[in-house]
Design a protein around this ligand. Structure first.
Ligand code: GLY
Ligand code: MN
Ligand code: MN
Length: 441
């Protein structure tokens, strides 16, 4: 493992973030950027709060994810200011004083009540782009989220700095530890709930700290794309295991999926291996200048070829894509951008001043339509599923004869397969953060 010089990487990152803010403010005609970290949300008719989720525009500047009521204020030409809420409170854990490699880059003021922030924010709120949700407002500082500013920042956030890639490697290390423990728990016969607990223990993160709810699916449950029920008892017999689970580090996410057969020598494992090999081919296509929409269509062709090889469908890959047959088995997008958010923003952005790149017709769930460029990090997550609802529609439609239904019935009890890695587009060969993470472990 190459040692990371966090202070230097962070300083470079902050310089990039500031340059982007300078340009975004110029676009919007504002003097300053003001970003609240966000506030707690409460359940209706109750005094219980939902898990706090930091404003992504805030954590783009600082690795702070547990500080409601704080503010970032930046005026081009001046050092960024952090207004840091450290309430007087004996009911809850109070955030510790700011510490770490990033602190020397900020003017930091501590406040004890949310309202005190007003004394430290720019004088004229009307001259500020204030990015956040409405309930973060304090005094005149009500988020206005100017479109020109948001468009610019979100478009450029697709391009990760070396610091951000290093943060995502750290998130991946956690995810990989969790995945390895989860596979062991599966092989030992644990329930979905038991596997989930083994995952959290090994990743060192509680469910609320993970970047999304763990998908831990045994047998047929693998056919529910976002299965999060976590059954308390293991099924009998145990056939298959699909796990889509991530990890977080300083606000950055990883997003990893693996699928296993209980019997390493059976046909389902052979199908998993075929998807894994196709997935590696698709990861190799993460290259500057390549259209991610084409990558999605290429995934359909590769997966349809596998379905044909395994005798599930009788069509050529091209015909399977054309007729929508492949979409019955692969009904989601090939992936998405990832970074501060597991599904990163601006997936359809045509430019940093707005516009939308349309999805290919008939592919409504693709989350990213941009051309790949160096610095982008994307997931590559092909899958083959046996989903009753979609198979029933296929069977009742015009292409029912294109399918060998006895083969479908043979695979149905295994649910589905997904293999997902996080891949960095560079000037040269792609860097697969997930495979590197597994290799390092
Ligand atoms: N974990 C959700 C996804 O793969 O997009
Ligand atoms: Mn994903
Ligand atoms: Mn995933």
């Amino acid at each position: 493992m190459v040692p990371v010089d966090w202070p230097i990487l962070y300083r470079q990152h902050l310089a990039t973030v500031q340059a982007r803010a300078d340009a975004a403010l110029a676009r919007g005609g504002f003097d300053s950027l003001v970003v609240p970290s966000g506030t707690l949300h409460y359940q209706a008719f109750d005094d219980r709060d939902y898990p706090y989720a930091v404003n992504p525009q805030f954590k783009a500047w600082l690795p702070l994810t547990r500080n409601p009521g704080s503010w970032l204020a930046y005026t081009p030409g001046a050092r960024p200011k952090l207004v840091y809420l450290q309430p007087r409170d004996y009911w809850h854990v109070v955030p510790q004083a700011p510490a770490g490699y990033w602190t020397t880059n900020f003017d930091i003021v501590l406040i004890r009540t949310p309202e005190e922030a007003l004394q430290h924010l720019p004088a004229d709120a009307a001259r500020c782009a204030i990015l956040g949700e409405a309930q973060s407002a304090v005094g005149a500082f009500t988020p206005n989220n100017p479109q020109a500013v948001v468009d610019y920042l979100e478009f450029h956030r697709a391009f990760k700095t070396p610091y951000e890639i290093a943060m995502m490697r750290q998130a991946t290390r956690r995810g990989v530890r969790g995945h390895r423990a989860a596979e062991r728990a599966f092989r030992a016969g644990a329930s979905e709930f038991g596997i989930h607990l083994a995952y959290c223990q090994a990743a060192g993160q509680d469910a609320g700290e993970l970047p999304y709810g763990n998908i831990v699916a045994l047998n047929e449950h693998g056919a529910v794309l976002h299965y999060t029920d976590l059954d308390r008892l293991p099924p009998k017999p145990l056939r298959s295991f699909l796990i889509d689970a991530g990890g977080s580090h300083g606000g950055y996410a990883c997003d990893i999926t693996r699928t296993y057969s209980a019997d390493r020598g059976d046909e389902f494992q052979a199908l998993v291996d075929a998807v894994d090999s196709a997935q590696q081919g698709l990861c190799a296509q993460v290259r500057a200048g390549f259209d991610y929409r084409q990558l999605h269509l290429d995934a359909h062709l590769a997966l349809a070829a596998i379905l044909k090889d395994f005798g599930v469908i009788k069509l050529s890959p091209e015909a399977a894509l054309e007729t929508g047959v492949s979409a019955a088995f692969f009904p989601h997008g090939i992936g998405h951008g990832i970074g501060l958010q597991v599904h990163d923003v601006a997936g359809f952005a045509a430019s940093d001043s707005g516009g939308t790149i349309a999805k290919p017709e008939g592919h409504p769930y693709l989350r990213l339509t941009r051309v790949l460029e160096p610095g982008m990090v994307v997931t590559i997550e092909p899958g083959i599923y046996f989903i009753d609802m979609l198979l029933d529609e296929l069977r009742q439609g015009a292409h029912a004869d294109a399918v060998d239904w006895t083969r479908v019935d043979a695979f149905r009890p295994y649910g589905g397969i997904r293999i997902e890695d996080d891949v960095v587009c560079t000037e040269a060969d792609p860097v697969n953060l997930t495979r590197e993470g597994f290799a390092e472990a």
